[in-house]
Design a protein around this ligand. Sequence first.
Ligand SMILES: C[S@@+](CC[C@H](N)C(=O)[O-])C[C@H]1O[C@@H](n2cnc3c(N)ncnc32)[C@H](O)[C@@H]1O
Length: 258
Amino acid sequence: MTNKSIPLPPYERVPATMMPRAFEGRTPIGAGGIRRVDESRVQESRFLVVFPFVAELLAQSRPESVLDYGGGDGWFARHFLSSITEYCVTFDRDRRMTALAKRQCAGVANVVVATARGEILTGGFAAVVMNAVWMEWQTERKCQQYLREIRTALRPGGQLIASVTHPCFRDRSFSTFETEFDAQDYLKNGVPLLVTFRRGYRWHGSRHVVDTHWNLEAMSRQLKCAGFVIDELYERPDAPTGGLFAGSPWLVISAKKA
Ligand SMILES: C[S@@+](CC[C@H](N)C(=O)[O-])C[C@H]1O[C@@H](n2cnc3c(N)ncnc32)[C@H](O)[C@@H]1O
């Protein structure tokens, strides 16, 4: 899979996010809704580095069925999962995302868009993938609740592959996004952090989202409490050809259902 062939998504999400007090004065991504964007949109490292890597990891274990949990607009399912597995399901709690995923995946025979949480709790998936979702969970309870749900969706011994922005490098800029986080707070969990996306190689300071910081210890504990065993951690570079900026913007966690 070459990076040149990776298509870019034609939509971006425009959530009606309220900025926490600490980030007052910053403009959230928008007033809510989904807007179509031109193809020269964000060349985010998620699409260029993380998606191909996660797809390759999954392909190695040849899962017959994969669930994309928090799959957003279905991009990963359509452009990556559909060629790796016989059957995949994409599920997102946001109805607007589900509607987009239905359009995106229409006509792709082996991709199903789930419309209700109950549809994914089958206990039959060989693997679950979760890209850039964990940072949206704001409390320890929610983290454990959703990880348990994922465990329920998996068959015994099933694999979870989760990508997150690397918790150890949230105090710096990378080529396509920067996170504002005080490294002094690394050991605190549940702390909000501001993410600003870059378009191409120019900053457009108005694109912000607020994520939540979970450090390595917290993520490892949450996985253990939810009934997973970590089998590998991968730290990805900033660009497909290697690091542009120091450090690693993305952490990919592979874990097994215990
Ligand atoms: C940053 S987006 C990433 C979307 C997609 N995975 C991607 O990388 O393009 C995170 C998505 O996770 C979804 N999400 C967060 N928590 C979820 C949950 N517990 N169940 C289902 N979807 C969830 C959100 O609605 C959002 O669309």
